[in-house]
Write a protein that binds this ligand. Structure first.
Ligand SMILES: [Zn+2]
Ligand SMILES: [Zn+2]
Length: 278
């Protein structure tokens, strides 16, 4: 019997993805994936819906989230798995992020207005459809209103780091994010290490108490996979992987394009159980 596949890094409309949690699970079922994790940015709001769809369609759904943190002024993302989405301290932490995301989006709109780009905060809010508001939603409005050709153009012209409408947001230190995740019964995993372009960050993150590292990711080439597998082995870290799919219209819908074997998931779950009973 051939081994099945999983995808442990997926976004929905509860953050900046284009598919609802139900649609994410439907796509996963269509691809024959056995287990997925919904890892929306700073949100666990889609987990319940995804689980209901998973029960119906026979797809295992792990409660997850992708928390933003800052290390040496750089953005790093920490994936949370097996968390209790109803855990109050986790929920209030995510609410803080949500408030800060709204404030940040409002500051971005203000900067754009000062440059003569007439869009409103309400338009951006409407794009987020109640999910965690982010720069992709601002980009959508900029395209819709004819200020930019594409979301990429919007980031390149206005929204990316160093561009005129860029605004930073308050985020936690990685160690704080790890603590919140552990407190909520989950494990913390360094997301897409290759994207930081600086492996020197990794020993610090390991020292901050993360449990694992994302080895398989759509932006990781074979060299990255080797490098981070070794780093995991040398540091006693668990291994995770997923596509980081944000759905159609947010780049390509890449769900299932990163082959992550079922055994990777099983080892991750085993590591989580071992941590719980330690
Ligand atoms: Zn990320
Ligand atoms: Zn992601």
């Amino acid at each position: 019997m051939s081994e099945g596949f999983v995808d442990l890094h997926l976004h929905s409309t509860r953050s900046d993805g284009s598919s609802t949690p139900t649609e994410v699970v439907e796509r996963a079922a269509g691809l024959g994936l056995e287990v997925i994790s919904l890892t929306d940015h700073d949100s666990v709001e889609g987990v319940e819906e995804a689980r209901a769809a998973g029960d119906r369609l026979g797809v295992g759904v792990v409660a997850g989230a992708e928390l933003s943190a800052h290390l040496d002024k750089r953005d790093v993302h920490i994936l949370a798995y097996f968390i209790d989405p109803t855990h109050e301290p986790l929920k209030s932490c995510l609410q803080m992020y949500r408030d800060e995301r709204q404030n940040r989006a409002a500051r971005i709109v203000k900067k754009l207005n000062q440059m003569g780009v007439r869009i409103t905060f309400e338009q951006v809010l409407a794009k987020a459809e109640g999910g965690a508001i982010g720069r992709p939603h601002v980009a959508d409005v900029l395209v819709e209103e004819g200020f930019c050709f594409s979301p990429n153009d919007a980031f390149g012209k206005y929204l990316a780091y160093g561009k005129p409408a860029y605004e930073s947001k308050y985020v936690m230190e990685p160690a704080e994010a790890v603590e919140v995740i552990h407190d909520a019964g989950g494990i913390a995993v360094i997301a897409h290490p290759a994207l930081y372009g600086d492996d020197e960050l990794l020993p610090q993150l390991a020292a901050d108490g993360v449990d694992g590292i994302e080895v398989f990711h759509i932006k990781h080439n074979a060299g990255s996979v080797d490098r981070y597998s070794n780093f995991a082995r040398e540091n006693g870290l668990l291994i995770s992987g997923g596509s980081d799919c944000h759905g159609d219209g947010r780049g390509d819908a890449v769900m299932g394009k990163v082959a992550v074997a079922r055994s990777v998931y099983d080892a991750l779950e085993e590591g989580w159980r071992a941590r719980l009973s330690a």
